[in-house]
Design a binder for this molecule. Structure first.
Ligand code: 4NP
Length: 164
């Protein structure tokens, strides 16, 4: 059986604001360090409202100011990701519930993004879609705080899977 590469699936509602930004932050971190080579990073939405669309222009602009180039196209989360992804990270508790509705058994690889943040941050990465521009910046701040921690966990998994 083929071994799946280590992978992270970010999930939000529409896949045009939070999870594409998470993907962009993660890919930028990975490009800086050869230890992260070969990890698959992807994003998806629990809803299919925006399938095929580029990220929201407000998120593209906020991300660009911090040096991230968001290139993803929206797609809907699929049940198969529950098995194929090393980690599935929900941006908020509603996303988490919607993902778990697709699970047929325990899914310990499904976590909240904020599990990787300390308690000074909220449990949910707030949905910026109907808000003001500072909401997009706040999302990026949260992502920049959590993504390095997620990469550390993935690296630990990689080390534990390495043959002696
Ligand atoms: P996201 O934000 O889940 O971070 O991509 C949203 C994008 C679109 C909608 C809601 C949230 N919408 O209702 O269309």
């Amino acid at each position: 059986m083929a071994i799946e590469p280590l992978s992270v699936q970010f999930v939000c509602l529409g896949n045009i604001c939070r999870s594409p930004a998470a993907q962009g932050v993660m890919e930028s971190l990975m490009a800086r360090d050869p230890r992260w080579q070969g990890i698959v990073v992807d994003s998806a939405g629990t809803a299919g409202y925006h399938i095929g669309r580029a990220p929201d222009s407000r998120m593209i602009a906020a991300a660009k100011l911090r040096g991230y180039d968001l290139q993803s196209r929206a797609k809907q989360f699929e049940r198969t990701f529950l098995r194929s992804r090393t980690l599935v990270l929900a941006m908020d508790r509603e996303n988490y519930r919607d993902i778990m509705l697709l699970a047929t058994g325990p899914a310990p690889n499904v976590r909240l993004f904020s599990d990787y943040l300390d308690e000074s941050w909220p449990r949910d990465v707030p949905d910026p879609y109907y808000g003001e521009s500072h909401g997009f910046e706040y999302v990026l701040e949260m992502l920049e705080a959590g993504c390095p921690k997620i990469l550390e966990e993935i690296l630990r998994k990689k080390e534990s899977l390495r043959p002696d």
